[in-house]
Design a protein. Structure first.
Length: 239
């Protein structure tokens, strides 16, 4: 059953299978376009990505995904996904311009590259664009200096609990970490909707527990199911 209406804007975290579903459709459309030399299909692929960037409510692909009986237990940060979509649509716009300008060979090569990357990401779950975004953000410094990025005070180490709205596992994970920490350790809560730069951390889903060392480097990381045992490991890493 559909959960329509979809949100007008992309939320801070999304179903982890949604990007792969979208990548599969983009990859198949581009592959079909290359095989049968149909320029209009490249335009359709680009339009689908553009609508997804505008917001899930306007995306036919997002609507189709809601018809699947998949309910997430954890979520994936959306900022890296959106960057991957921007990379794909930028390449397709260049490809379309080349195709309609008569430079067919170059246009089909770029379209084929988009197809290959999208299908690889959909099949493997390894999002090339997402990895590129994390590297760019870290090099840019917005998440490299974690102490500054998340206003961490004191000598450390610190325990970040990264969550997102509408995340089923985030509440139980946060409570488990709070119970393990007790009154002896402070926990820093990081909501992806308020701190999208947290998506640059070495996490691929939320909830996540992240130890930040006094040097500002990332230490132990726990994601997904965070119960009492995982919470104790995180708290013990604080020393």
């Amino acid at each position: 059953m559909s959960i329509f209406p979809l949100p007008a804007r992309t939320p801070a975290a999304v179903h982890p299978a949604a990007p792969r579903f979208s990548q599969a459709i983009t990859g198949m459309l581009c592959l079909e376009a290359v095989i049968f030399q149909t320029q209009a299909v490249v335009v359709v692929a680009a339009v689908f990505i553009a609508l997804a960037l505008i917001g899930p409510r306007w995306s036919p692909v997002a609507y189709l995904f809601t018809l699947l009986p998949a309910r997430p237990a954890e979520l994936e940060p959306s900022r890296p996904v959106r960057f991957a979509q921007l990379m794909a649509i930028s390449m397709l716009v260049v490809a379309i311009a080349l195709l309609y300008a008569g430079a067919s060979t170059a246009g089909w090569i770029i379209t084929g590259l988009v197809a290959a990357v999208a299908l690889f990401s959909a099949i493997s779950g390894i999002c090339i664009g997402c990895i590129a975004w994390k590297q760019l953000v870290r090099r840019g410094g917005s998440a490299h200096d974690l102490k500054k990025a998340f206003a961490l005070t004191g000598e450390g180490p610190w325990l970040l609990v990264v969550t997102a709205p509408n995340c089923p596992r985030c509440g139980p994970a946060t409570r488990a970490i709070q119970d393990a920490a007790g009154a002896s350790h402070d926990i820093v809560s990081v909501d992806l909707s308020e701190h999208p730069e947290a998506g640059a951390l070495p996490i691929w889903s939320v909830p996540a527990g992240v130890i930040v060392e006094p040097s500002g480097n990332v230490g132990l990381v726990k994601t997904g199911v965070i119960g009492a045992n995982e919470a104790r490991e995180l708290v013990n890493a604080l020393g």
